[in-house]
Design a protein around this ligand. Structure first.
Ligand code: SF4
Length: 201
């Protein structure tokens, strides 16, 4: 079966694609095929926007604290499906939405002319995985297909600031303390919040 949406506590998580331009060393794709006790998140085929919306229709969207695009792949790798799902959610519910992303939307969708603008009014929080405040560290951990991924991710964070109510970058708490301090300084410089997440194996 396909797990397009799954619950963790009072939050609903959406898994709209397996695709991703990164190959993070810590990715749950590389640590077994289930996450948090849910069913396998590996989608046996790429769902269409209609399939995602059909799945959402089976949920009481108002009953959740937050609806989060996350999952096994990078949601912005299927940007039009992401937008359609957001539009459906906003048409039926006031529950806030969050996009968990690697921040490479504009590399993946150059023809959109700036993805942040399209997220405006559709996504309430964008949470971007910074992973490391240094390009070398970032490249080693995320192993993206783009040489300029680090710069592109930071640019995307900046571009979201005026379009999306809440923008944050995240690091996991396993990186050195000094790196967390440097990440804080980098986020301050960009003007977004830093969230230090607990490592989930
Ligand atoms: S960006 Fe996310 S989905 Fe892609 S490899 Fe990294 S952790 Fe996995």
């Amino acid at each position: 079966m396909m797990t397009i949406s799954y619950e963790i506590g009072k939050k609903l998580y959406l898994n709209i694609t397996n695709k991703c331009p990164c190959s993070c060393t810590f990715c749950i794709r590389q640590n077994g095929d289930g996450a948090y006790g849910s069913d396998s998140l590996w989608l046996e085929h790429q769902p269409t926007a209609e399939e995602v919306i059909e799945n959402l229709k089976g949920r009481d969207l108002d009953s959740y604290e937050e609806i989060i695009f996350c999952g096994y792949g990078e949601p912005t790798n299927e940007f039009d499906i992401l937008l359609s799902a957001c539009d459906y959610i906003k048409s039926v519910s006031k529950t806030p939405t969050r996009l968990n992303t690697n921040g490479l939307a504009d590399k993946l969708n150059p023809e959109k002319g700036g993805c942040a603008g399209l997220l405006s009014g559709r996504i309430d929080t964008v949470s971007i995985s910074l992973n490391s405040p240094y390009k070398d560290g970032y490249m080693a951990v995320t192993r993206p297909i783009y040489d300029d991924a680090f710069e592109a991710m930071l640019e995307f964070a900046k571009s979201c600031k005026s379009k999306v109510p809440n923008v944050m970058m995240t690091v996991v708490d396993v990186i050195p303390k000094e790196d967390i301090e440097t990440a804080k300084a980098l986020c301050e410089q960009i003007g977004v919040a830093l969230r230090v997440r607990a490592y989930e194996s």
